[in-house]
Structures are given as structure tokens and as C-alpha cells.
Ligand binder design. Structure first.
Ligand SMILES: Nc1nc2c(c(=O)[nH]1)N[C@H]1C(S)=C(S)[C@@H](COP(=O)(O)OP(=O)(O)OC[C@H]3O[C@@H](n4cnc5c(=O)[nH]c(N)nc54)[C@H](O)[C@@H]3O)O[C@H]1N2
Ligand SMILES: Nc1nc2c(c(=O)[nH]1)N[C@H]1C(S)=C(S)[C@@H](COP(=O)(O)OP(=O)(O)OC[C@H]3O[C@@H](n4cnc5c(=O)[nH]c(N)nc54)[C@H](O)[C@@H]3O)O[C@H]1N2
Ligand SMILES: [Mo]
Length: 646
């Protein structure tokens, strides 16, 4: 089959990355085509069917205390799949322990936005790049992770937009930067605080905006100005001349966007790092005007939709947090009396509870937690403790499959339909362009399970559109009806996407208690695992352009394997020389938690810093399971490792 681009489609103008282009040219030999089960994970799977297996799972759920049932969802599920899974888990099974891999991805940004502005709302649109004068890319590598957006960035540079890239690694994105700042891993708060101090001292802040639209300025300023500028600069290991160049560019730019992703969010101080970015935009009034604002770039295709539906365990549904009033509203809407009343366990906490033997059933959908959670040896042990692990997946060979008792096939992208929300609040239709046979779409699997549990009426949907329309109705429950997805039209979205929440912060009125933005003083507390004589390198992990995470699809495509190897370790040339390492050499990389093998790639990454891509399925044997105390997002990027020749 041949895919034809819709050139005038508003979000991507018909362009795609290589991963997308390869979609229809490949036959994936690892598709899961029939439900299968086994009693013990040391046995082989034997075939079963949807009815029998869902009946069995329902019986196990009924036998369990509801809190001992966990749902592990994904920012790659479509809105309709997500909505039904969340409705089943929180609304009818009655467990609050329903979280998603977005916990490992966007949760620090969610908390940051809520604390600063009162709402999980991205106040920037992609098209703002066209009106921006300075784009600060911090802890993100859009050249590999947001390829279509990166092309827009390059286009905007041609019209004069400047780009500053702040990253301990000289990335593909850094190659186009006007200023590249190779700060020390984990020291972003120091750099951002230094910038804030200078802006305040030189009175380059927006005093009117601060007076009218912000809280806490005086106390924030008092704490901030106690910090020592020289120490901050030393801490982030940035030369003062380079900082001054950045500072001059910042104060001379009319419209500024800061874009960030995992180099900021995935941290034991992920929330604080987000607040440090938001602070700068509040101080300078660089928000709510064309071409400016703090722009958290979303990772997965529908991580935003998952946040809206309410898939995170810290949310109940449709942007509603747990409160007595909200629980009542939702119980009434779903006509259910089973709702939990308090936030549930987050992703890694669920696994911790499993390690204590407190989880009976875990349903994993469109996600591979054994691969993607930190400290994998611990995670594997915990999985072995769960009596029933159910995997709903389109491909057979995930890392989690080594620990699952049941695998249920779902229709993959291309064979299913629904809607998803991109990074700037734009909902688009996803179409089926291939026939998927008897395999069910994710939402149908959850709905059938709902039926088997005795909730036929609540899950009696005939079409994906019906599911979307119930979800739409529910968005009317959102605070001030700000989540205006109820205004979208499923049919119209076939040709024209729908954007929710346009100009929500009209006249700089935010969603906090007094409609003012909150400044928070934050400080780099150096809480990550520190390097030592035994483990002298700091490990960064991240993406490569042509692979998607564990590569269940992309690692099957020959043409996508040409760009970069799947299992490499990037190391600075001086460090490589000291260790006697050459390009292509196999090494053993160890942390306090585990060891993996990788192939050396010599680069200009900062000294004593190494990078392993997450296309290496074993990467999380190394990573640390420290979590941000509020967002519970893992500190993936700052563990200490050592390297030995093989
Ligand atoms: N090709 C491809 N694209 C993808 C994905 C994929 O698997 N493949 N996944 C999608 C998903 S789910 C996500 S979340 C996004 C992620 O998108 P990105 O976050 O842009 O991708 P990463 O490669 O994780 O890049 C994080 C960057 O942060 C840097 N970094 C690490 N530690 C620090 C630090 O302490 N400070 C600073 N300033 N920088 C640091 C790293 O060197 C790296 O360049 O990508 C999405 N796009
Ligand atoms: N060290 C380290 N670890 C990380 C990260 C990092 O930067 N560093 N990043 C974190 C982040 S941001 C993310 S988002 C996660 C990503 O981690 P995961 O989401 O776990 O990775 P994927 O490989 O995308 O797994 C998706 C699974 O869904 C299955 N699947 C595909 N299509 C369908 C479908 O239509 N339906 C169903 N039911 N299943 C389907 C695939 O077979 C695959 O097993 O990793 C996290 N872990
Ligand atoms: Mo992600």
C-alpha cells in the first residue's frame, strides 16, 4: 500500500519522519495475532480466545481486593482506548492504581504547569515558532525526537529566529544552534537561576506583568538574590563569556519560547526544573503573547490525550483531581458507586507494591514497563511476584512478555481508528487504512472485560465514535469547562483538526486561586546519584532519530537500522583515549544496579559523561530508581556508571 501525504493538513503539512514513512512498507513478523496464556512464566504460551481469556481475567479481578488490581496504560493509546480503560479501572473495578508511562515522561511538566499557572495546559502552539525571536532548547533534542518540528525550527531560523541549545551532549540539534551551552548534567536550575538573578539585577524584567499578574515576587527575589552568581556558574561548568553571550541574546529578544523535554522532566528535581523555566517566563512576561511561552514538548503521540482523559493515577478523569465534589460528579456521570476516593499509586510505586506482594493483577496496555522502568533488576523481581500479569499488545516480543501470563492481541496503528491530541492541544483523527481481521482495538478489549465483570450497560458502545462522544460529554465536567473537547466533531476532524483551550489565559488571567501566576524559588540540591572513583561517569539516556523506544516496530525495518546502531555508548574522545577505547569496540557498562554491553561511539559529549540510547533494550539495568518527590518521574539521566573493555 502507498501512503499519500495531505499537503495542506494544518499540523504537519503532510511531512513525516522516516519511522512514519516506513510504516506501510513493512510486514512485521512479530505481530501478536491470537490471545495466549500460560500458568507459569517458565512455560510456553498456549492459544486461547478473547471470550475465554477475558472471562478468566474478570474472575481473577473479582477475587482480588480492588486496590490489588493495577492498570498500566500508555501515552500511545488513542483517546477512546484510554477513556474506556480509565473508566473501567477507576469507575468500575474501583482501583485508583491506574497509571501510565507518561509518568516517566511528562509528569514533571504537568505538575510544573499546575503549580505555576494552576492548570495542566500548554500555553504555546507550534505555529508560535513562526513568531518567535529566540528559541531556547533545553534538555531536548528535536532533531532526533521531534523531526517534523525541527524542520519548522530550521525554517524559522532562515527568517532570523535564534536558537540556543543547552545540553551536556553536542546533539544533532546543537549543530544548528546559534549558541550551544554544554552545561554539566543536572545543573540546569543553576543556569536558569543565574539568568533570573541577572534579569532582576539589571531590571530586565516585566515589572508591570509582575505587579498585576504574579504571586510571591518579593519572597522569590529575596531567596534568589542570596545565591552566589560565581558559584552558580561554576556549578553548571559554563564559561562566563558564553553565559554573557546567552544573556545578551535573551535580553535583546522580543519573543522567547523555551522548549524542553526529557533532559528536564526526567529528574529527581524534575518539577523544580520546570518551575525554574516557568519562573523566567513569568518574570519577563514572556507568555500569552504570540511567539512566546514555556513550551513543554510532549513525547508520545497521545501523552496529551492521556492527561486530558485522566489516565494518570493522580487524576480521576478529564482534568479532575481527586476531591469529594469531583468524585461525586464523576460517579454520577458514569452511574457508578465504585469510585476510589484518593489518588492511586504511580507507575514505579505500583511495581514497588508488587515487590512487597501487594499486587494480584496487573493489566499492561500498549506499554513495556519491564523495558522502560528504571532499575530493571528490581523491576524484574517485582514482576515475578505478581500472580497475574496481562499484556494487551500488538507485538509479541516485548521485554514484559518474559513476565506475562496472558497476552491479548490489539489492533495496531493503521488498523484502528480514533483520535489523539498532539503537543499543542490539537486533536486529530487517526484512520484505519488496513484491514485488521478479527483482532480487537484496545477499547473493545477493555469494554468486553467490563461486560464480563457485569457492567454491560456502562460499556455498551458500538463504534469508536460513540466512545468519543461520551468522552466529549464528560469534558463538560472540567473546571470552568475549560477542556472544551465537547465542541469538537468526530466527522469534521477527518479533515480539520480541533484545538481545545484557545487563549485560555486571556488577559493574563491564570487558573490559580487569585488568577495570578506563581513564582517559586527553587534550588539545585544535587540529589542525583553522584559519580565516584568506582563509577566515574554520569549516564545520560535518550532517543535516536530512526528508532522508537524498544523498537517493536522500528527495529524490524532494515532501512531504519542504517542511521545509528541500536546498542551504542557515546563517550568523549579524551575519556576514550584514557581508557584506550576505539570506535566500534565492545565494552561492559556497569552501575551499582546492573551491567550491559554496548559498542563505543566517540563524540564531543562532555567529559565524564556518556550516552546510551533507549533503543538498547537493556539500558534500564543501569538506571537509578530515584523519583521526583511530587511528580514521581524517574531520575533516568543522572546515574553513575563505569566502563570496562570486554
Ligand atoms: N526518534 C524518536 N523520537 C521520539 C521518541 C523515540 O523513541 N524516537 N520518543 C518520543 C518520546 S516518548 C519522548 S518523551 C520524546 C523525548 O524527546 P527528547 O527529550 O528531546 O529526547 P531525548 O533523546 O530523551 O533527549 C533528551 C536530551 O536531554 C539531554 N539531557 C540529559 N540530561 C540533561 C541535563 O541534565 N540537562 C540538559 N539541559 N539536558 C540533558 C540529553 O543529552 C538529550 O539530548 O521523544 C519523542 N520522540
Ligand atoms: N532509561 C530511560 N528509560 C526511559 C526513558 C528514557 O529516556 N530513558 N524514557 C521514558 C519515556 S519518556 C517513555 S514514553 C517510555 C516509553 O516506553 P514504552 O512505552 O514502554 O516503549 P514502547 O517500545 O513504545 O512500548 C510500547 C508497547 O506497545 C506495544 N504496541 C504497539 N502498538 C500497540 C497498539 O496499538 N496497542 C497495544 N495495546 N499495544 C501496542 C508495543 O509492542 C510495545 O511493546 O520509556 C521511558 N523509559
Ligand atoms: Mo516519553
Amino acid at each position: 500500500m502507498k501512503l499519500k501525504a495531505i499537503k495542506n493538513y494544518p499540523t504537519n503539512h503532510g511531512s513525516s519522519c522516516a519511522k512514519g514513512m516506513s510504516q506501510t512498507k513493512t510486514i512485521y513478523s512479530n505481530r501478536l495475532l491470537i490471545p495466549q496464556k500460560r500458568e507459569n512464566i517458565s512455560n510456553n504460551f498456549s492459544p486461547t480466545n478473547y471470550d475465554e481469556i477475558l472471562e478468566f481475567i474478570a474472575s481473577k479481578i473479582k477475587e482480588s481486593d480492588q486496590k490489588c488490581v493495577g492498570f498500566y496504560l500508555s501515552g500511545q493509546m488513542l483517546n477512546e482506548d484510554y477513556y474506556i480503560a480509565n473508566k473501567l479501572a477507576k469507575g468500575f473495578v474501583g482501583t485508583p492504581n491506574c497509571d501510565t508511562n507518561s509518568r516517566t515522561c511528562m509528569s514533571s511538566a504537568v505538575v510544573g504547569y499546575k503549580k505555576s499557572f494552576g492548570l495542566d495546559y500548554v500555553p504555546v502552539r507550534i505555529e508560535d515558532i513562526e513568531h518567535c525571536n529566540l528559541l531556547i532548547v533545553i534538555g531536548a533534542n528535536p532533531a532526533e525526537a521531534h523531526v517534523v518540528l525541527f524542520n519548522k525550527i530550521k525554517k524559522a531560523q532562515k527568517r532570523g529566529m535564534k536558537v540556543v541549545v543547552i545540553d551536556p551532549r553536542f546533539t544533532m540539534s546543537a549543530t544548528v544552534a546559534d549558541i550551544y551551552i554544554p552545561l554539566k548534567v543536572g545543573s540546569d536550575i543553576d543556569l536558569l537561576n543565574l539568568l533570573a538573578i541577572r534579569l532582576i539585577k539589571d531590571n530586565k524584567i516585566d515589572n508591570k506583568f509582575i505587579a498585576n499578574h504574579t504571586n510571591n515576587f518579593e519572597s522569590y527575589k529575596k531567596s534568589l538574590l542570596k545565591l552566589d552568581e560565581k558559584q552558580l556558574l561554576e556549578s553548571c561548568q559554563v564559561e562566563s563569556g558564553l553565559f554573557e553571550e546567552f544573556y545578551r541574546l535573551f535580553v535583546n529578544s522580543k519573543n522567547i519560547i523555551t522548549a524542553w523535554t526529557m533532559g528536564i522532566n526526567q529528574s529527581i528535581q524534575g518539577v523544580d526544573k520546570n518551575l525554574a523555566i516557568n519562573n523566567l517566563h513569568i518574570l519577563t512576561g514572556q507568555i500569552n503573547k504570540k511567539g512566546s511561552g514555556p513550551f513543554s514538548l510532549t513525547g508520545q503521540p497521545n501523552a496529551m490525550g492521556g492527561r486530558e482523559v485522566g489516565g494518570l493515577s493522580t487524576t480521576l478523569a478529564v482534568h479532575l483531581d481527586y476531591s469529594e465534589e469531583n468524585c461525586q460528579k464523576v460517579a454520577k456521570f458514569w452511574n457508578s458507586s465504585n469510585l476510589p476516593t484518593q489518588e492511586g499509586l504511580t507507575a514505579f510505586e505500583m511495581i514497588e507494591s508488587a515487590s512487597r506482594g501487594e499486587l494480584d493483577v496487573l493489566i499492561v496496555c500498549h506499554v513495556d514497563p519491564v523495558y522502560h522502568l528504571p532499575n530493571r533488576n528490581f523491576v524484574e523481581k517485582a514482576f515475578k511476584n505478581i500472580p497475574l500479569v496481562v499484556e494487551i499488545t500488538a507485538y509479541r516480543d516485548s521485554e514484559t512478555s518474559k513476565f506475562s501470563h496472558i497476552q491479548i492481541p490489539a489492533l495496531p496503528f493503521g488498523q484502528k481508528e480514533g483520535t489523539q491530541t498532539n503537543m499543542d492541544r490539537t486533536l486529530t483523527r487517526v484512520e484505519a487504512f488496513e484491514y485488521g481481521g478479527d483482532i480487537l482495538q484496545d477499547w473493545r478489549i477493555f469494554a468486553k472485560l467490563g461486560e464480563k465483570l457485569g457492567y454491560k450497560e456502562a460499556f455498551n458502545f458500538k463504534t469508536t465514535q460513540e466512545v468519543f462522544e461520551e468522552y466529549q460529554e464528560m469534558t463538560r465536567l472540567s473546571e470552568k469547562q475549560h477542556l472544551n473537547i465537547f465542541e469538537a466533531d468526530y466527522e469534521i476532524m477527518r479533515n480539520r483538526p480541533f484545538v481545545w483551550g484557545e487563549n485560555l489565559y486571556r488577559d493574563n488571567r491564570f487558573f490559580t486561586h487569585n488568577q495570578k501566576a506563581n513564582l517559586f524559588f527553587v534550588e539545585n540540591k544535587n540529589l542525583s546519584e553522584q559519580t565516584s572513583k568506582e563509577y566515574p561517569f554520569t549516564l545520560i539516556t535518550g532517543r535516536i532519530r530512526d528508532q522508537w523506544h524498544s523498537g517493536s516496530k522500528t527495529a524490524q525495518v532494515k532501512s531504519l537500522l542504517k542511521h545509528k546502531k541500536l546498542e551504542f555508548i557515546e563517550i568523549n574522545r579524551e575519556d576514550a583515549k584514557e581508557l584506550g577505547l576505539k570506535n566500534g569496540k565492545k565494552v561492559l557498562v556497569s552501575s551499582r544496579r546492573g551491567t550491559i554491553e554496548a559498542e563505543v561511539v566517540i563524540s564531543d559529549i562532555n567529559r565524564k559523561t556518556v550516552f546510551i540510547p533507549i533503543s538498547h533494550r537493556g539500558v534500564n539495568y543501569l538506571t537509578d530508581d530515584k523519583l521526583d518527590p511530587i511528580s514521581k518521574e524517574p531520575d533516568y539521566n543522572h546515574g553513575a556508571v563505569t566502563i570496562k573493555k570486554k
